[in-house]
Write a protein that binds this ligand. Structure first.
Ligand code: FE
Length: 197
């Protein structure tokens, strides 16, 4: 019995991944070690990069303007690579609350937030957040007052969104680094506010 036969049969996409990877390694295009290093980086990456961007925007109004005008360029300014993607940063205000989704699959600003949570990829979130965002946000414990409009942004393969949450009150004298520590993944997806811990 072959090595693979000991395991459950591969799905179509798993088989495609294995075939392509083995071919690229065989042809010398990439090495196994390089593939492992990238996979480990993707799996262990958290939302720290996104938090850094938000904290800079909260403390530097000129940077915030550049970030809202061109998210990709503003991230590159901080040394963050946003490969071949258009990043659109949407700002929460007292009048407008933003939330992101990929209705088609699971497009997500991975380069800034790491891997998406399972609920983000679920059919339930993808279909319901566009139909009844207020109810979905309430289930996350985020009550949005009726007078605040909710905007839902649908990500695509080449366009990703990041929410710039409201800066919590009573953080005026906080350093940029301390602020970055309270910017959560969920606040940058838009399902939770940023809170002063
Ligand atoms: Fe997607």
């Amino acid at each position: 019995m072959s090595e693979l036969g000991k395991y459950a049969p591969l799905t179509y996409f798993q088989l495609m991944e294995v075939s392509l990877r083995e071919l690229l390694v065989e042809k010398g295009v990439v090495s196994d070690a390089e593939v492992d290093a990238v996979a480990t980086d993707m799996k262990t990456r958290g939302p720290e990069r996104g938090a850094k961007v938000v904290a800079r925007a909260w403390t530097d109004p000129a940077y915030k303007q550049r970030l809202l005008a061109d998210g990709t360029a503003a991230c590159e300014e901080l040394g963050l690579d946003v490969p071949a993607l258009r990043l659109v940063v949407v700002e929460n205000t007292p009048e407008v609350h933003n939330v992101i989704v990929c209705t088609l699959c699971s497009c997500y600003p991975r380069m800034l937030l790491g891997l998406p949570p399972d609920w983000y990829k679920s059919r339930e979130y993808r279909s319901r957040v566009v139909r009844e965002p207020r109810a979905v946000l309430a289930e996350f414990g985020t009550a949005i007052p009726d007078e605040v409009a909710i905007r839902v942004h649908d990500s695509t393969a080449d366009m990703r969104y990041l929410v710039l949450p409201l800066r919590p009150a009573d953080t005026e004298d906080w350093s940029e680094q301390r602020l970055a520590g309270i910017v959560t993944r969920d606040s940058m997806i838009g399902v939770a506010p940023a809170k002063a811990a």
